[in-house]
Design a protein around this ligand. Structure first.
Ligand SMILES: Cc1cc2nc3c(=O)[nH]c(=O)nc-3n(C[C@H](O)[C@H](O)[C@H](O)COP(=O)(O)O)c2cc1C
Length: 284
């Protein structure tokens, strides 16, 4: 079932990733320039350090082939233009929580890239998976779940990208009241509201926001809600993304804690450390 503690973002990344939450948006048109050496080096460093914390998923940075992989599906529907590189998110399906693991890892990479001034976009449907697969050696239990372009945003979006943004209603988010269950808001731990606000801003496939939060005085439980969009975009992938936002928002506001995966339809719970736990400094 994949129980046990899991994940947890290195402490020095919390503040830059928290700031990135508020400026990130999906970018589908780039200026065509390569991603600079410095930023590539920073992303590679993150992959080496953060991926091992996300058991069940890994990511590969490709500096060649971005255009072929991102050339859309039927005709040029969903085509992403001018990206300098691409990161491919891979899940190990033998891990019981592979979808959430891939979402959590992928969003960490996306927020990191955002903090470096790069544009990104989760793409799980409108890309050529065969082109990505051709470039990466996968083990028998591994599967590519999504990719993100990396690059400098172009001055203007293409008409196609504007259509996708409009259809998905990309800027809209559900109000917190409709996403939360559990104890009344006046019993939430200090910082919990900010953590939930950061979670609310998480991206999701077609902007469906398929998650619910059970808020207790000492924890937040993440639950998947609604049917999967398609077999290729399970809700639990989106829930992994929201987990990353929730944790970053909580820890940016002093709520250290840890994750434990739970049985379906629940996904995981973030249990706060008791206030003033002296061990947490040592661990971070
Ligand atoms: C798991 C996932 C899969 C996505 N797949 C696609 C895709 O295939 N094509 C695309 O153009 N956008 C895709 N998106 C981007 C969403 O449409 C976008 O995140 C959402 O509309 C919210 O907009 P924002 O990212 O600008 O906040 C995907 C997002 C997520 C999280």
């Amino acid at each position: 079932m994949g129980g046990g503690a899991w994940g947890v973002v290195p402490r020095h990344l919390i503040d830059p990733w928290y700031r990135a939450i508020f400026v990130r948006r999906s970018v589908r048109a780039y200026d065509g320039r390569p991603v600079g050496r410095e930023a590539i080096g920073e992303i590679r460093e993150l992959l080496d350090g953060f991926s091992p914390l996300c058991e069940g998923a890994r990511a590969v940075l490709l500096e060649e082939g971005a255009q072929e992989i991102l050339s859309g599906t039927v005709g040029s529907i969903g085509k992403i233009q001018g990206a300098g590189a691409v990161v491919v998110f891979i899940a190990d399906k033998s891990h019981p929580q592979w979808q959430a693991a891939a979402g959590y890892l992928g969003e960490g990479i996306i927020l990191h890239a955002t903090s470096l001034g790069l544009g990104t976009c989760w793409v799980a449907g409108t890309y050529k998976r065969s082109e990505a697969r051709r470039r990466i050696a996968l083990s028998v239990s591994e599967s590519i779940v999504a990719v993100t372009p990396l690059g400098r945003p172009a001055a203007a979006e293409s008409a196609g990208a504007q259509v996708i943004r409009a259809v998905a209603g990309s800027h809209k988010r559900k109000p917190l009241e409709t996403l939360t269950r559990g104890v009344a808001a006046d019993q939430w731990r200090l910082g919990c509201r900010e953590a939930l606000e950061a979670a609310r801003l998480a991206p999701s496939a077609a902007n469906r926001q398929p998650w619910q939060f059970g808020v207790m005085p000492d924890r937040v439980v993440v639950r998947a809600s609604g049917p999967d969009l398609m077999p290729v975009v399970p809700n639990r992938l989106d829930c992994g993304i929201v987990m990353l936002h929730l944790e970053v928002g909580a820890r940016a506001h002093g709520l250290e804690g840890s994750w434990t995966f739970l049985q379906r339809p629940l996904v995981a719970e973030y249990v706060f450390e008791p206030a003033g736990d002296p061990d947490h400094q040592a661990r971070t």
